[in-house]
Write a protein that binds this ligand. Structure first.
Ligand code: ZN
Length: 70
């Protein structure tokens, strides 16, 4: 068992590539991974989809209670 290894694990690993985190780029291992994450943000991967509020007329299709008997 390697104590250094355990320390590294405790410090955390990059969520993108799993490498040890660099304090300068927490929680990533490098600027590269930080950039990748930033790109994901910018491309809207993490964006919460805008809620469409087109339920104003509150009309819902009648529930089909057709009981299929065979
Ligand atoms: Zn990384």
């Amino acid at each position: 068992m390697n104590e250094l290894d355990r320390k590294t694990v405790r410090a955390g690993s990059c969520p993108l590539c799993g490498k040890p985190v660099d304090q300068a780029f927490k929680p990533f291992c490098s600027k590269r991974c930080a950039d990748i994450d930033l790109n994901r943000w910018l491309s809207g991967v993490y964006a919460v989809p805008a809620k469409e509020d087109d339920d104003e007329d509150g009309e819902r299709p009648p529930e089909s209670d057709a009981d299929e008997r065979s």
